[in-house]
Design a protein around this ligand. Structure first.
Ligand SMILES: Cc1cc2nc3c(=O)[nH]c(=O)nc-3n(C[C@H](O)[C@H](O)[C@H](O)COP(=O)(O)O)c2cc1C
Length: 208
């Protein structure tokens, strides 16, 4: 997949890439993604983050059991019972859910996981998700696929134990990373006219 270094094009095409090849990813690319992560802001610039790289198939499989259980028993059935989100019809939504099913079965085959963690009690998402988004954008820019996944947090204790997260830290996502099987393409979102209010709540924004 072609890399792209135009920021706006990168943002427009940073989709969740759930079908990944098991081929190894060069270490220098992983380092660039991690560096992009640590460029992000955190409250008071405290940088109380740790990024755990997981490549060991046994560890990935042990944690994937909890990811899969959360998706297949709870989150998946709930999404399938609901309607499509804005900007997506039922067909596209069905394909999205099929892609999550695929990820649930294959997440351990992604050559590398990045697991962003933060010190202290859970609740510091605002300080770690900017780093997560930077890493997703960096992966896309380098032609690598990734997905922000949190569903495993339904079984947080078991999954974190499987990954060996130290006491005093919490994980905030599992980012499976690898070369994508499909194309990046544009993200699907509701238009600005539906989600931006101009000057007063409910007053539509006239997109120039
Ligand atoms: C907070 C958060 C949690 C998410 N958790 C999961 C997850 O557990 N599994 C998954 O496959 N995708 C997960 N996603 C990805 C979203 O489903 C995805 O970003 C959304 O459907 C938009 O699709 P796109 O990224 O392809 O544009 C998560 C995204 C966010 C922001």
């Amino acid at each position: 997949m072609e890399p792209t270094f135009d920021l706006f094009e990168t943002m427009r095409t940073t989709r969740s890439m759930r079908r990944l090849k098991p081929d190894p990813v060069p270490e220098d690319l992983i380092a660039r993604i991690l560096e992009a992560g640590t460029c992000a802001a955190s409250g008071g610039n405290s940088q109380n983050w740790r990024f755990l790289l997981i490549r060991d198939p046994t560890v990935k499989e042990a944690a994937a059991v909890w990811w899969r259980k959360a998706w297949s028993e709870t989150a998946g059935p709930r999404y399938r019972a609901g309607g499509p989100p804005p900007g997506m019809d039922a067909d596209k939504f069905g394909r999205l859910l099929d892609a999550v099913d695929h990820l649930a079965e294959h997440i351990h085959e992604a050559p590398v996981w990045i697991v962003p963690c933060w010190a202290g009690a859970r609740g510091s998402g605002a300080s770690i998700y900017p780093a997560v988004q930077n890493m997703l954008l960096a992966a896309r820019a380098l032609g690598l696929g990734a997905t922000l996944t949190t569903v495993y947090l339904m079984h947080e204790k078991e999954a974190e134990a499987a990954m060996g997260i130290a006491e005093g830290f919490h994980s905030y996502a599992i980012l499976p990373i690898g070369y994508p099987r499909g194309k990046f393409g544009p993200v699907r979102r509701a238009p600005l006219s539906e989600v931006v209010y101009d000057g007063a709540w409910g007053k539509p924004y006239a997109v120039p």
